[in-house]
Design a protein around this ligand. Structure first.
Ligand SMILES: [Zn+2]
Length: 481
């Protein structure tokens, strides 16, 4: 993923960075790892997801984005149970969906009973359910659970809130933060840019809500201990209403009292997003302060307004060098790409494997060929999946996880897709020394369990890393090194 897209047989890593990239490199005095011809890629950068929320889930949180049948899911939960004390909750909140399973449903109560621990599953798509032990625990605390383990409607919010109140401590959050980063390191992600949460002072009923002033604490704790298995970049989500009194009650203090792009190579602040808040005045304040701003778009009307507002602000305070971002953009005609590009605004795409319908976008091919800055984001953790390989599968095949064609002719090649999630994302995290295997860059890479470039389409979903290295440190190792 360098500018010439070279493929090389050997790299040398020294002091956390690539010291040599090519062939016949001197290895005297070095530990040599023979990868036996496996495919190595730059560490994947997810330029917008909700890993901080995933790291703050209650219970022994266990993402299940790498399994594709109910028996595989139960086996993964049983393996997890072997490390969890009896009677303690195993949870999967967000990173699981009915659509990923051949059965097109979530595990049921009987299947979850086989895990041998209380289990709580709240899926990005497919509902909320528990098993017999979990049902007894929740009902003892006033949460209604159906006979089949289904938790419907508002009861699901109450269940999540109850689990948060009872199970979250600074220690369990730190464990969850480590487990979340570690899980995605197994899937090849070495850098996450977190795009925030909805602020809630108290334990919330909503899957996307947390205390946005304290939710980073467990990651800071890991960082202080030198235990980060991946890099984290933090954006700040703000939702001030327009015309508030006083104006910009949370965004104003943020811009005045904190620092953008401040930290070290493992943990660093970024900009404002994925909501900027405060209407046009919010955008003006962000531009004046010299910060990056990002908003997401869900439809054509929404994204048109975002572009128009940025044009108004850009005339007063140029934003060209601030790397502003609009994410998701399911509908995004070329004319809007032209207007965004003219202001130096980039777009993040991905966010697709659970979508349904015809030509639901984003228009990957048009954007890739356009010249506008375009990068990859999963937006996963709450409403969709983070697993990059599920996202890549959709970008390459045009199919969602149920196998339905959703992208029309807007698919990318495997190489283009990987480029968006590696080298192209340098711009979006505002760092040039990540995202490609080049001498001088941070030594972040993933050794794949199969050759992503040649496996059958369906196998793209199953790719994982057998050795993930971040800054020269082994973050995940299946006995390869
Ligand atoms: Zn998001």
């Amino acid at each position: 993923m360098d500018a010439a897209n070279r493929i090389v047989p050997q790299v040398v890593i020294r002091n956390g960075r690539f010291a040599g990239v090519g062939g016949n490199l001197a290895t005297r005095g070095l530990k040599v790892v023979d990868l036996k011809g496996r495919t190595v890629i730059p560490g994947i950068i997810d330029a917008h997801n909700h890993i901080v929320l995933v790291g703050n889930r209650p219970g022994w949180h266990t993402p299940l984005e790498h399994v594709f049948t109910i028996p595989e899911a139960i086996a993964a939960l049983k393996a997890r149970a072997a490390t969890v004390p009896g009677g303690e909750f195993i949870t999967t909140v967000g990173p699981i969906s009915a659509m990923q399973f051949d059965e097109r449903r979530l595990p049921n109560l009987t299947e979850l009973d086989a895990v041998g621990r209380p289990v709580y599953v709240q899926a990005a798509q497919g509902g909320t359910r528990t098993n017999s032990e979990g049902k007894a625990w929740l009902e003892a605390r006033g949460v209604m659970v159906g006979a089949d383990g289904t938790i419907a409607g508002q009861a699901a919010g109450l269940a999540l809130q109850t689990l948060r109140k009872q199970l979250l401590t600074p220690e369990t959050r730190k464990r969850g933060a480590f487990d979340a980063l570690q899980y995605y390191a197994r899937l090849g992600i070495t850098t996450h840019r977190d795009s925030g949460a909805f602020h809630s002072e108290e334990p919330a009923t909503g899957i996307a809500s947390e205390n946005t002033y304290t939710m980073h604490d467990p990651f800071h704790a890991l960082h202080r201990e030198g235990r980060m298995p991946a890099r984290l970049r933090i954006d700040f989500l703000h939702q001030d209403p327009p015309n508030a009194t006083p104006p910009l009650p949370t965004l104003g203090p943020r811009l005045r009292n904190s620092f953008p792009r401040f930290g070290d190579e493992w943990l660093k602040t970024g900009g404002i997003g994925e909501f900027t808040g405060g209407g046009i005045d919010g955008l003006r304040a962000i531009a004046s302060a010299g910060w990056r701003g990002e908003d997401h778009a869900l439809n054509l009307a929404g994204v048109t307004t975002l572009i128009t507002n940025r044009e108004i602000v850009n005339k007063e305070i140029p934003i060209k060098d601030l790397r502003w971002v609009i994410s998701h953009i399911p509908e995004f005609p070329r004319e809007l790409a032209d207007r965004a590009h003219a202001m130096g605004v980039g777009v993040l795409v991905g966010w697709g494997p659970l979508r349904t319908g015809m030509n639901v976008g984003p228009p990957y091919r048009m954007l890739f060929d356009h010249g506008i800055k375009v990068g990859f984001h999963s937006d996963g953790g709450d409403i969709t999946v983070i697993n990059p390989w599920l996202n890549f599968y959709t970008m390459i095949t045009g199919r969602n996880l149920a196998g339905q064609s959703i992208l029309g002719d807007q698919t990318l090649t495997r190489e283009q897709t990987l480029r968006l999630a590696t080298a192209a994302n340098k711009w979006f995290i505002w760092e040039d020394d990540l995202g490609s295997i080049e001498a001088g860059n941070h030594a972040d890479l993933a050794v794949l369990d199969r050759d992503y470039f040649t496996v059958p389409d369906e196998d793209i979903r199953r790719v994982r890393s057998v050795l993930t290295i971040v800054g020269g440190r082994i973050a995940h190792n299946d006995g390869v090194a």
